[in-house]
Design a protein around this ligand. Structure first.
Ligand code: SF4
Length: 284
């Protein structure tokens, strides 16, 4: 088992929710599936800043500004830049991660100039399996965006989802593709079923899911941060802090995009009980 001593916390802010016209079968933010979630265009800058202050108080070292949709448009780009500048002005020592889908080199340069530190774009699954979970865009455009992120000198955060019915070969293929991109951090999500979605089941047991974390850590090596993001509570249940024994060294605190997470203080106290420390900053 991996020797993890320090845990990085990251918070997510869903700055535009449930407005996406793509058809990713795992995603409640698609308008095609009518999941019972909050849908809104732009969260107010005031609320985005307020949530950033709370994230910092909860020891987050990263704050992720997430928009629903295939990718950046001119309007969306302006909004993310405005939000980034407002958060940077109000809160110090908090890395800003933008997560806004497909992005060109020019758009990413603008984000960087506005103060964005890292860009999160997940490959989601293997190139082969991707065709069965999304028909409205392709895996190659996702991979290209990740390459664009590297090209403009933003730090890449790139992960995926387990538990959508993929084979172990698909998982290996996805992890290998992620590794090729040499990201600074890899967020692994565990599919959170919702009855409105075409995918309704995640059959992974907590033990299988823990093994997948180990498999991912072994493949990535020790230098890349490995985060367990969405689906932690429902997948791992009472074993959710064992993820650190299997190689994870980062989690999302607070709520996820469309589902509730734990109260941050509970996570922090449980992490400390394990003898682990909470990272105070993100030097990467
Ligand atoms: S492109 Fe993103 S927001 Fe849209 S349905 Fe797919 S995962 Fe959800």
């Amino acid at each position: 088992m991996s020797e993890i001593k320090k845990v990085y916390l990251c918070a997510i802010c869903n700055i535009e929710s449930g407005t996406c016209s793509e058809d990713c079968k795992f995603c409640t933010q698609s308008v095609k599936y009518q999941a019972d979630i909050q849908r809104y265009k732009n969260k107010s800058i005031e609320d985005i800043v307020k949530e950033a202050i709370i994230a910092k108080e909860n020891k987050a070292v990263g704050y992720c500004l997430v928009t629903a949709g295939l990718g950046l448009t001119d309007k969306r780009l302006d909004f993310v830049c405005e939000a980034t500048k407002a958060v940077k002005k109000a809160v110090s020592n908090l890395k800003i991660i933008a997560c806004n889908g497909i992005a060109s080199i020019e758009q990413l340069k603008e984000l960087k100039n506005a103060g964005v530190d890292n860009y999160n774009h997940n490959l989601e699954t293997s190139k082969d399996f991707y065709k069965t979970i999304c028909t409205t865009h392709d895996w190659d455009s996702r991979y290209q965006t990740c390459q664009n992120v590297k090209e403009v000198g933003l730090k890449l955060i790139c992960g995926g989802i387990f538990g959508m019915g993929e084979t172990n070969q698909d998982r290996i293929s996805m992890i290998n593709s992620i590794k090729e991109l040499n990201p600074m951090s890899v967020p692994i999500n565990f599919f959170h079923p919702n009855e409105s979605l075409p995918l309704t089941k995640n059959t992974l047991t907590p033990k299988e899911a823990l093994k997948l974390i180990k498999q991912t850590r072994d493949a990535l090596g020790v230098d890349i941060r490995l985060m367990v993001a969405g689906g932690r509570e429902i997948t791992f249940k009472e074993y959710q802090y064992d993820i650190f024994k299997y190689g994870a060294n980062a989690i999302v605190i607070g709520n996820y995009l469309t589902t509730n997470g734990k109260v941050a203080s509970q996570d922090i106290s449980n992490i400390k009980k394990m003898g682990l420390t909470i990272a105070e900053d993100c030097k990467k």
